[in-house]
Ligand binder design. Sequence first.
Ligand code: TYD
Length: 215
Amino acid sequence: MTRRGLFITFEGSDGSGKSTQMKLLVERLKMLGLPVTENQEPGGTQIGRQIRRIMLDPAHEEMSPMTELLLMFASRAQAAAEIIVPALERGEIVVSDRFTDSTLAYQGEARGLGFETVLQAHRLALGSLLPDLTVCINIDVEAGLARAHERNSEDESEARLDRQRLDFHHRVSAGYRRIAQREPGRFRLVDGAGSREEVAERVWAEISPLLSERA
Ligand code: TYD
């Protein structure tokens, strides 16, 4: 089957505002009368939502990076089969909240599995399915975490956890920057500072040339 649609993904570390920006883009595309299908990872399908629950359950804190990686790709393979590929074949615009770049940044870089391991799993689970364009909302790590966990604790163990989190998110951010260096054409870092509307305009500036090309 030939692929006629357009595949756009959103990336960013926790608290970057990527999900809000994705919603704004989807609304804008729909206003233009374009056919849009949404996906979320992990999640998107019923099977994916079960996997998301396993992944985010605090009781599973000991989950190994490799288990995380395989769960992410299990969810993603299902989303590809059920949602992404059929919509692309119908010629629709598929917009996904996170995709393989998240696994590169979180499991590959931050949890230390390396890019090559993640890309191997991608090839096994998804073959050559890749986004046409990825928008990565780039914000200051500290500001993002403050936004994500609006909480202030003087408890020492909490402070230690926060430092670990900070370290982790610096590594996630470094992972995204590395992808941007490897694939500047597909993977666009968009400045997430400023109002929702300002950021939405920056996102639109990345997306609209692709739509004109397609028209
Ligand atoms: P998400 O619900 O998108 O969280 P947020 O609202 O912070 O964007 O993702 C849940 C968590 O799962 C998030 O911390 C990132 C992580 N994750 C990975 O570690 N690897 C992956 O491949 C994906 C898709 C998400």
